[in-house]
Structure formats: C-alpha cells, structure tokens
Write a protein that binds this ligand. Structure first.
Ligand SMILES: *[C@@H]1O[C@H](CO)[C@@H](O)[C@H](O)[C@H]1NC(C)=O
Ligand SMILES: *[C@@H]1O[C@H](CO)[C@@H](O)[C@H](O)[C@H]1NC(C)=O
Ligand SMILES: *[C@@H]1O[C@H](CO)[C@@H](O)[C@H](O)[C@H]1NC(C)=O
Length: 372
C-alpha cells in the first residue's frame, strides 16, 4: 500500500472507531495502530528461534494473530493453524490460503494459514489434484512459483479473484498477521534463510509467490507490495503454462510498477479503489528470459500428497525423495507469449466490477488481465 493510501486507511479506521471522541483520543488510537516492531523487521532463525506467535500485539485494532508459528508433528494436518511458510523448490512450497472452506481472500487476508506440498513441517497439505501446473523460477534476486490451482481445494471460494498477501499491510503486521516465510533457495548449503520481503497473490484459480533474497539490496523492490490490484501478470510476469510443471533458471523481472517508455523510466501509480475497476494500464510488463527449464510429472513431484493428505493427522516427515523426479530434458524457453496470469477464464466486465466493489481493502486481483 502506498504511504498516502496507508495514511488514509489508518485514519479511516481511527475515525470510524473514535468518531465521537476527542482529537487527543484519535492521536492515541493512531499511535496504537502500529506494532512496536513491524513484521518485516522481525528476524528468527529456523527452526530453533521461532516463538509460538510472532505477533503478540493483541491490543491493536486487528486483534491477535489467529494461528501460530511454532509448527511440529502435533500441529500437522488439515486443521493446522501454522503460519510459517516455505518456498524451497518446485516440489516444495506453500501457499497462503484460508482456514475455513468457501472463504474469500479479502475476508480472511489477516488469518491465512500455510498449505504446503510436503509433509514434515506441521502445516496443512495442498490436496492431491489441486495443482494443475506450476513453474518454479530461480533468478539472481529471488525464487518464485507461479501456477494454476483448483482453489476450492484450499478453501478459497469458487470465483474469488482474491488478492495479495505480504509482510506489510496498512498496519505493518502483515497479511496474514505474523506470517513467516523461509527458503532453502538462496544458500548453497541448503540452509533455511528467513525471507523478509515476499508477495503471494492468490485467486482466479491461479497463484504467484515470490520470495526475494534478503542479501539483495533491492529485495523490497523486486517484492514490491503496493500494486495489490494488478495481479500476477504485473507483479510477477511469467510464462507459466497450465498443465506444465517445470523448474527454470531465469533473469530478474523489472521491479513491479517500473517500466520504460521511449527511453524514459516511468513509475506506475495504482489508482485508489474509489475510482473503480482498473481497465487499462499504460504498459505491458516484460516477461524475463528463462533458460534451463526442466519438466516433471506432477504425480511424481507431489507424491507425498497422495499418501499423506488423505490422512490429515500425524503424518510426519517421510524423509523420502528430496529431489524431484526428472521426466524430460531441458527445454530452453524464451519469453513465452502467455503470461501466467493472462488466463482465459472468462469474466465479464460486470462480474469484474462486482468483485471490485465488494473486495474491500485488497482490491481486484486479475481484473486488469481479464478485461484486457
Ligand atoms: C508444537 O507446536 C505447538 C503449537 O505451536 C506448541 O503448542 C507445542 O508446544 C509444540 N510442541 C513441541 C514439542 O514443541
Ligand atoms: C459459498 O459461499 C457463497 C456465499 O456465501 C454461497 O453462495 C455458496 O453457496 C457457498 N458455496 C459452498 C460450496 O458452500
Ligand atoms: C487449467 O487446466 C485445468 C485442466 O484442464 C482446467 O480445469 C482449469 O480451468 C485451467 N485453469 C485456468 C486458470 O485456466
């Protein structure tokens, strides 16, 4: 969220809550909207340094953290409220999604839980068959998964165009509150790095999840969080294909919202929701070149799901098969034509408008893409 939007949304909350009280109270309320330490500045080593809950600011406007960060074999399974997530590789990542069936992302952004492809870390598991195509991309600055999913398998209401989860939020407590992300993707020795800047768009039966290397000075720009209404195509330009499961190495994207027009570097400014649906953008995001893509079959990649998620309780780490089973050889792919988020799923302008009006603080995820 932009500073201006942040200020306006914070003061809106304060005014709503305190409309009949004095100016002094409003000032106090504004101060007590923010935690002493923003989520993006809280560091914990995995797994030994993780507290039961990262967010203990229960007195603030959004209340307490709904789940927990200490996750283990007793929390594992489909009722887990684990809010510690991972983005390691094509066969080993989690997505943020609701606790309860038939929820919208906008209604539950503060309380999403981790749904993962591998057992062993105390989380829920993405049910077998939910994932329909996934592209894992490693670049110098980040690791990213983009894909296609039947979102009703992970409690997202059919037809919900969703929104963005990230470690910021108007009150700097993150969405979900206290949500942590780790990755083994940055260290050559496969150790866990806490990912301070990340963004995960969920909705429209698609997702993109980017985890930026904290060692990169531009991590917050690659994982920019202010463009919450323009979806994966603009925040994570990619050439992921439905039905294809592949792991690639690629070049960095441009920073979301930054583009070059006639040789001049421009910054896109996302209009506020009050101005209605975003129907045009002044630029087309550039899909970076990728190389060394290796394809896999999903049944081999996610075999742990078939044996585990049918039995939600008590399945701890199997310790089997770390490396994904390789199926086909490398296929270099240039800048493919279709961005992952430029899906064909038909949405009429009227539907998009309706979603835009009801989607609250998150705004509209794929409207731009569907309308273009
Ligand atoms: C397992 O995690 C739960 C939830 O965070 C926690 O209450 C419990 O103490 C943990 N158990 C162990 C043995 O660490
Ligand atoms: C999901 O919720 C919507 C809106 O409340 C409702 O119309 C729909 O019937 C529900 N779907 C399921 C599968 O429960
Ligand atoms: C992806 O492919 C599956 C299987 O063909 C299809 O059911 C689904 O609608 C597709 N997803 C999107 C977002 O197009």
């Amino acid at each position: 969220m932009s500073p201006a939007a942040l200020t306006s949304s914070i003061s809106r909350v304060a005014v709503t809550l305190l409309s009949t009280t004095t100016l002094l109270s409003v000032t106090t309320a504004q101060q007590s909207t923010y935690p002493a330490t923003p989520l993006v500045s809280k560091h914990y080593a995995y797994p030994t340094g993780i507290p039961y809950q990262v967010d203990t600011d229960t007195q603030l406007i959004r209340g307490g953290q709904s789940g927990y960060n200490q996750c283990n074999s007793t929390t594992e399974g489909q009722t887990s409220l684990c809010q510690t997530s991972f983005l390691n590789h094509l066969d080993d990542f989690c997505l943020w999604a609701p606790m309860k069936p038939n929820s919208t992302i906008a209604d539950t952004e503060g309380e999403e839980v981790a749904w993962c492809t591998k057992p062993g870390r105390g989380t829920r598991l993405i049910p077998p068959g939910a994932l329909q195509g996934v592209q894992y991309m490693k670049t110098p600055a980040y690791v990213q998964v983009v894909g296609f999913i039947d979102q009703t398998f992970i409690n997202i209401q059919a037809g919900d165009y969703g929104g963005e989860l990230d470690p910021h939020g108007a009150d700097l407590r993150g969405n979900p509150l206290g949500g942590l992300v780790y990755s083994t993707g940055f260290d050559t020795d496969n150790s866990y790095t806490q990912v301070m800047e990340w963004h995960n768009f969920m909705g429209g039966n698609q997702f993109c999840f980017k985890a930026c290397d904290p060692a990169n000075p531009d991590a917050s720009k690659f994982c920019q969080h202010v463009y919450d209404r323009i979806g994966c195509a603009y925040n994570a330009p990619n050439d992921a294909q439905n039905g294809t499961f592949e792991a690639c190495v690629g070049e960095n994207q441009d920073f979301p919202g930054i583009y070059t027009e006639n040789g001049v570097v421009m910054t896109y400014s996302q209009p506020p929701e009050s101005l209605g649906v975003i129907s045009t953008l002044p630029y087309q995001p550039k899909v970076p070149a990728s190389s060394s893509c290796t394809s896999y079959t999903s049944s081999l990649l996610y075999s742990a799901l078939a044996s585990s998620s049918a039995t939600p309780t008590g399945s701890s780490a199997s310790g089997s098969g770390n490396g994904p089973a390789r199926v086909t050889g490398s296929a270099a792919s240039g800048s493919g034509a279709s961005a992952g988020a430029s899906a064909t799923g038909a949405t009429s302008g009227a539907e998009a408008l309706r979603v835009g009006l009801v989607s609250g603080a998150l705004g509209l995820l794929f409207a731009v893409v569907f309308l273009s």
